[in-house]
Design a protein around this ligand. Structure first.
Ligand SMILES: Cc1cc2nc3c(=O)[nH]c(=O)nc-3n(C[C@H](O)[C@H](O)[C@H](O)COP(=O)(O)OP(=O)(O)OC[C@H]3O[C@@H](n4cnc5c(N)ncnc54)[C@H](O)[C@@H]3O)c2cc1C
Length: 603
């Protein structure tokens, strides 16, 4: 690797040792791949990361996407990146072979997404959105739509987008007003405005295909009246691409991810001739879009973890090179003693361990979710339902922990650089700006927290929550069979009990109809839930590392790797888990300071 932005050893540890990905290849869906193929995919993603994506990460920030004379220009390397991803079969990596994809397990797609995100987080948006948009056409579109769009999208010639947000409809898509008027020609006339559309227009693909939410004239009010359309920027007529009345009226000047344009679009504004084609059935658009949104939520969690990874390795390198001060033990004893490296200061070690714990814990949770998705694809009946529930249950957590804590992690990386962290001479200020969006798009932390507590915890009479608690219990039981891990297993057991007590307390308000009280501190509940979920992942990793130390007689780097896993697990349990006590105190407190508080308090 030209410049370290992730640990390949850790990625392979998670893929092969913790999640045993190759077991999936026994299923007919994945029988076309094996362990070597998985490693080759990781290697080819690393090649693209090292040679194409990472070298232009800083330049894409300094020369942002530009809107001139009605056209949007992005860095020319974007085309090279999209082509390389298409050639490696990585745009459609988890799409089925039948629609032109590579039909890889989601967990493998997650591994390659992590590599790309750590190499250059902005550039991954282009291919990630195309994959998601094409996935919607593949899952719900007619054969005609599939034939028309998928080859070009998976082939990298056409860009895909998700077009949801409007000026008056951000977190609440209920208020979408874009309209779709049926015609006798098989298409709908689309009119409306969409804002913040990532990769919604640029000069590095021939066409942009918007997966667009709108309401058919006369549709029911609210989300039940939303339909999904394919709205190409240029439509095909007589074998030619012609203008489809989709206009870019501006781009946003963003704080980070500056190389990826976010577009303000108007449809049907020039000559009322913007044509859209219905995907699936009328009024089911939001249900369909949830497929892309859920994938994108995990994708944004992954972006958080991958940016934090890039920042961690920058901080680690710097801490190993920067001499400053003397160690606490010799301080003042010898004025002529040389300065020590900052990595020798306990506070810097603490910051680095925190970053490592967040990065590797977050990645593990996201890969766990991806694996649940794969298991749902490869099982039937009750098992399938169980994996789907587990994935649903954990998706908001896997979006939120890696992004909220990722921001704190990158802030710690920046702190390791001292003043340099605040300056453009080092990449930290860029990574800090880049990661800030991740708690906002794809549903803010507030909205994810409402989904976790308000929907998922009580979903199917608590069946999803029960399935989750059982999964954690299995890990606890296994950890208890190893003496050195017993203490951590018992700590997690206490944590899960604390979480269940808090959950029952809060659900009690819902049962009394006090909905606002039930959900008022949902974000704090999410924080508590997230910490215990990551502790679960660290215990899982601790078990595998402990087993390896017992049975593999590892030496050298391998020994250090497994010992470092155990040490970081201990760090997470010692430094992060205690935070839940404060959160639980607040969540169980009878005093209410937000619900019903008058605006006058905000003087
Ligand atoms: C760089 C960028 C790229 C984007 N890319 C896309 C894209 O490709 N496609 C797309 O469709 N959209 C995109 N978006 C839009 C993004 O998804 C929205 O910005 C996001 O959903 C929040 O909506 P909003 O900005 O209107 O904020 P609002 O919905 O107005 O929220 C403002 C604040 O109020 C809180 N809030 C709102 N409602 C509630 C509630 N019911 N309960 C509690 N708190 C609440 C929120 O948590 C937030 O803190 C992008 C945005 C940006 C900035």
């Amino acid at each position: 690797m030209a410049k370290q932005y992730l640990s390949v050893r850790n990625l392979k540890f998670l893929l092969h040792e913790v999640f045993k990905t190759e077991e999936l290849t026994k299923h007919p869906r994945y029988e076309h791949i094996d362990k070597e193929a998985i490693d080759m995919i990781v290697d080819s993603a690393l090649q693209i990361g090292d040679n194409i994506a990472h070298p232009v990460a800083a330049e894409m920030d300094r020369k942002p996407a530009d809107f001139r004379d009605g056209k949007v220009y992005v860095h020319p390397q974007v085309k090279k990146y999209i082509s390389a991803m298409a050639e490696a079969g990585l745009i459609g990596s988890s799409a089925s072979l039948e629609v032109g994809g590579s039909q890889l397990p989601e967990i493998v797609t997650t591994a390659q997404g992590f590599i790309m995100g750590a190499a250059n987080n902005g550039i991954t948006t282009f291919t990630g959105l195309t994959a998601g948009a094409a996935g919607l056409i593949a899952s719900f579109g007619s054969q005609e739509l599939r034939d028309k769009y998928l080859e070009k999208m998976y082939g990298g010639q056409w860009q895909g987008t998700m077009c949801l947000t409007e000026p008056q409809a951000g977190s609440s898509l209920h208020y979408i007003t874009s309209s779709a008027t049926p015609t006798n020609e098989g298409y709908y006339k689309i009119r409306g405005q969409k804002i913040y559309i990532s990769a919604g227009d640029h000069d590095q693909t021939e066409n942009v295909i918007h997966l667009y939410l709108a309401k058919i004239d006369g549709a029911p009010a609210g989300t039940r009246g939303i339909s999904l359309f394919v709205v190409p920027q240029k439509r095909e007529e007589n074998g030619q691409l012609v203008d489809n009345d989709v206009t870019t009226i501006g781009i946003y000047h963003k704080m980070g991810q500056k190389g990826t344009p976010a577009i303000h679009l108007q449809t049907g504004a020039k000559n009322d001739n913007c044509r859209g084609w219905l995907v699936g059935e009328p009024h089911k658009g939001l249900t369909y879009m949830f497929q892309m949104m859920n994938e994108a939520r995990l994708g944004v969690g992954l972006t958080g973890a991958s940016i934090a990874s890039a920042a961690y390795y920058e901080a680690l390198e710097y801490a190993n090179e920067r001499p400053q001060g003397q160690t606490l033990s010799i301080k003042g004893q010898d004025p002529n003693a040389p300065q020590t490296l900052i990595i020798n200061h306990p506070d810097v070690k603490r910051m680095l361990l925190f970053q490592k714990a967040v990065v590797e814990g977050s990645l593990s949770l996201i890969m766990q979710c991806a694996l649940y998705g794969d298991l749902a694809h490869t099982t039937e009946g009750e098992d399938k339902e169980r994996y789907e529930l587990l994935l649903d249950m954990l998706t908001p957590v896997a979006k939120t922990y890696p992004t909220e804590m990722g921001i704190q992690s990158v802030s710690s990386s920046l702190q390791c650089f001292g003043g340099g962290g605040f300056c453009e001479d080092f990449p930290l200020e860029k990574l800090y700006r880049d990661i800030r969006i991740t708690t906002i798009y794809e549903g803010t932390t507030g909205i994810q927290s409402l989904a976790l507590l308000g929907r998922n915890v009580t979903m199917k009479n608590g069946k999803a929550a029960m399935a989750y608690f059982q999964e954690v219990s299995k890990t606890i039981a296994e950890a208890k069979t190893y003496d050195p891990l017993k203490k951590y297993a018992e700590t997690l057991e206490t944590e899960m009990q604390r979480l269940q007590n808090v959950t029952q307390h809060l659900v009690g308000f819902a049962m009394k109809g006090e909905v606002e009280r039930f959900l008022s501190d949902a974000t704090l509940y999410m924080e508590m839930f997230g910490i215990s979920a990551i502790a679960w992942q660290w215990l899982r990793q601790g078990i595998i590392a402990h087993q390896a130390l017992l049975t593999k007689n590892p030496q050298g780097d391998e020994l250090s790797f497994y010992e470092s896993k155990i040490h970081t697990m201990k760090f997470f349990f010692a430094y992060e888990i205690p935070k839940t006590q404060g959160l639980a105190t607040r969540l169980l407190d009878a005093e209410v300071l937000t619900v019903g508080v008058e605006k006058a308090v905000f003087v």
